[in-house]
Design a protein around this ligand. Structure first.
Ligand code: BEZ
Length: 255
């Protein structure tokens, strides 16, 4: 099955809302001068750069080589490395690990939390935001219906995302030894760019996995059907609004 392909230039040009929303998560992190901080799933590095403005020493990690290459060229003064968020370690533990809009791509959440715990100093902070239970359900339900009705397929078998409830995720954090200080599951309807093509555009950027094995024509046709099916719940006046539901957590490694 084909994996999500990241187009780093497009990501910067057209999906800047992803890092713009992440600025609130940086505030929750409150990075301090001299701290060692890992940005897990750093994409093209904008938030790593934002964090480094505090005087912290930031390392950005992402499993997409293309994203890392672009991050290095945009921010040559920062450290970026390619790595697997579900299974990593470090020789020099971090004061904090930060992540925005990345953990929902890592289905082995147990591996992520184990790796994060192991890579933090005692008392270290884990501050993250990602899609929680019910995230983008309007798009997903439209996609599921179209796949079942027109292609005889169960879209769940291709779903690349992990959207836990608050209870599931805080339980996971605690089971690894974290003390969860803040957890918040909230709605953040997000206006999609490109007007009536908003859902098409979103699926072209984030939905690769679902269309593995489709011809270009079949993919266009399926996306048009999904877009039409999503109109009833997500269209407002001049644009589609994706029903993002975020899970934001602040946890500490108990020493
Ligand atoms: C999100 O930010 O919630 C998201 C983005 C792409 C795919 C799935 C979820």
């Amino acid at each position: 099955m084909s994996e999500q392909v990241w187009k780093a230039h497009d990501y910067d040009r057209q999906l800047s809302f992803v890092s713009a929303y992440g600025k609130g998560v940086v505030e929750l992190l409150t990075p301090q001068p001299g701290e060692r901080i890992l940005d897990l799933g750093c994409g093209t590095g904008d938030l790593a750069n934002e964090i480094s403005a505090s005087g912290a020493h930031v390392t950005g990690m992402d499993d997409s080589a293309e994203m890392i290459e672009r991050a290095k060229s945009k921010y040559p003064g920062l450290t970026f490395l390619a790595g697997d968020g579900e299974n990593f370690d470090t020789e020099s533990p971090y004061d904090a690990i930060f992540s925005n809009a990345a953990l929902h791509w890592m289905k082995d959440a147990d591996g992520v939390v184990r790796s994060v715990y192991g890579a933090l100093k005692p008392g270290g902070r884990f501050v993250a935001e990602f899609g929680g239970k019910g995230n983008i359900d309007g798009i997903y339900q439209a996609l599921k219906t179209v796949f079942a009705d027109h292609y005889g397929m169960d879209a769940d078998t291709r779903n690349p995302w992990y959207f836990p409830s608050l209870g599931q995720y805080t339980t996971l954090l605690e089971s690894h030894g974290f003390r969860v200080r803040i957890a918040h599951h909230f709605d953040r309807p997000t206006k999609l760019p490109e007007g009536k093509d908003g859902v098409k555009y979103w699926l072209l950027h984030f939905g690769d996995r679902f269309f593995a094995g489709f011809s270009a024509e079949e993919k266009d046709e399926a996306i048009a059907r999904i877009s039409q099916a999503a109109r009833a719940t997500l269209w407002r006046e001049d644009a589609f609004y994706a029903d993002y539901k975020r899970l934001r957590v602040f946890a500490e490694k108990v020493s």
